[in-house]
Design a protein around this ligand. Structure first.
Ligand code: AMP
Length: 398
């Protein structure tokens, strides 16, 4: 294969990240990267770094909508300053029950991904918007969807099946799992020494954890939607279904229309709960640490609950895997919050997890377990864009 510029578009709920790589045979060279962050605010950020990591552009912009945000990127990509892409890879958060493989994007595929937007309501609307815009922006250039759900296709039925009647299962209600591109990137970085029994905790604004055997996903905390599993920045994580029924009935007293009531419930579950809901202060771990230092009890409880949930999940995955060789922390909190890693692991000595306080005093890639820890504990930043490029190159060569 001759060398090929591949553009990666990775949208979050309020950001669009973009990067480009020169892909040739086994090599991948980053050409540039950038992001538009803070969509929906007057103080959005638009930045671009060149191949050496130097800031080429760093602006604060009014970003009232995703259309304004994407236009900034589109103008930059068409400015002639950067090479035109030969192919484009899009992060697609959820393929629903029918789209299981990473594949070429067509208008029909976008419609199908959009039809499952209720499964990832914070991510899919902006994701499909960008796919449609990219098809218009670069006519004739192949665009590929790379799914977060793809990595989790190996989970056995006992984990994917929900304990509900068949008719709901037939409608696509099951465990899909998310953050799959991040998990794939951790496996890629561990190769060729992927441990047999591995737990990866992706702790970012959205948080999930997976049990992985021989590089294949065995179980993952997020189920039908990214609101499930571990408590996240603004999402509940797993809660008693009776709570949802209780809340829905209360909401229906003022919103008798069922869809309005469901929308109001969704806002509480996915935007107002989690660390934000418990602390009453912020969804952002840095703010919570500042609040804790100032003696804020709500912030302390929120972070304690976060750590407690993750420790319980690690325990259940050790049982599921029948032991543990390695625990990996990744994501913004996993990579940077020294205290969270120490607090999560502090009660896990019985599982063979022993963190060395000095080694843990780092941000970014490191091995943080003690020499006598039976389980290796590591911090590994994800490399999601590289995984998207790898899938694009593989699909192009088909
Ligand atoms: P992500 O979604 O992976 O970008 O992660 C975002 C989360 O990482 C937010 O809760 C941030 O507060 C948290 N985070 C980023 N940097 C730090 C840091 N230095 N210390 C603690 N938390 C951090």
């Amino acid at each position: 294969m001759s060398s090929l510029p591949v553009l990666v578009l990775n949208s979050g709920s309020s950001s669009i990240k973009f990067s480009a790589y020169e892909a040739a045979n086994g090599s991948r060279k980053k050409l540039f990267e950038g992001a538009v962050d803070g969509i929906g605010t007057e103080n959005g950020k638009f930045w671009i770094k060149d191949a050496d990591g130097n800031k080429k552009l760093d602006q604060t912009r009014d970003l009232p909508s995703r259309a304004v945000a994407f236009k900034l990127i589109a103008d930059e990509l068409h400015s002639g300053d950067v090479p035109a892409p030969a192919a484009i890879g899009h992060r697609a958060v959820c393929g629903g029950p029918t789209i299981k493989e990473n594949q070429l994007i067509t208008p029909a595929l976008i419609d199908e991904i959009e039809s499952y937007q209720a499964l990832a309501p914070l991510h899919t609307p902006i994701g499909v918007y960008i796919m449609r815009e990219a098809l218009k922006l670069f006519p004739g250039i192949p665009n590929f969807a790379v799914l977060d759900t793809y990595f989790h296709r190996t989970i056995p039925e006992v984990a994917s099946r929900m304990p509900i009647p068949d008719e709901w299962v037939a409608m696509g209600v099951r465990r899909y799992g998310y953050h799959g591109i991040s998990y794939e990137s951790i496996i890629m970085q561990l190769e060729p020494n992927v441990p047999e029994k591995l737990i990866v905790a992706h702790l970012g604004n959205g948080a999930s954890i997976s049990a992985i055997r021989n590089g294949q996903c065995l179980d993952t905390s997020m189920a039908l939607t990214p609101s499930s599993g571990i408590i996240s920045g603004t999402r509940t994580g797993d809660i008693d279904p009776g709570i949802l029924i209780f809340m829905l009935k209360k909401i229906a007293e003022t919103k008798p229309n069922a869809l309005d009531a469901a929308d109001a419930l969704e806002t509480i579950v996915s935007k107002k709960s989690g660390l934000l809901g418990v602390s009453g202060t912020s969804n952002d771990m840095r703010d919570l640490r500042t609040a804790i230092n100032a003696g804020n009890a709500g912030a302390r409880l929120a972070v304690d609950k976060f750590n407690w949930t993750i420790a319980r999940w690690i325990g259940s995955y050790v049982a599921e895997l029948g032991g543990l060789d390695m625990l990996v922390f990744t994501g913004g909190i996993g990579e940077n919050d020294i205290d969270a890693r120490a607090e999560i692991c502090s009660g896990l000595g019985a599982l063979g997890i022993k963190v060395d306080a000095k080694r843990n005093n780092v941000r970014g890639e490191a091995t943080i377990s003690a020499d006598d820890s039976p389980v290796t504990v590591r911090v590994i930043p994800p490399a999601e864009d590289l995984i998207i490029v790898n899938h694009v190159v593989r699909l192009l060569s088909k």
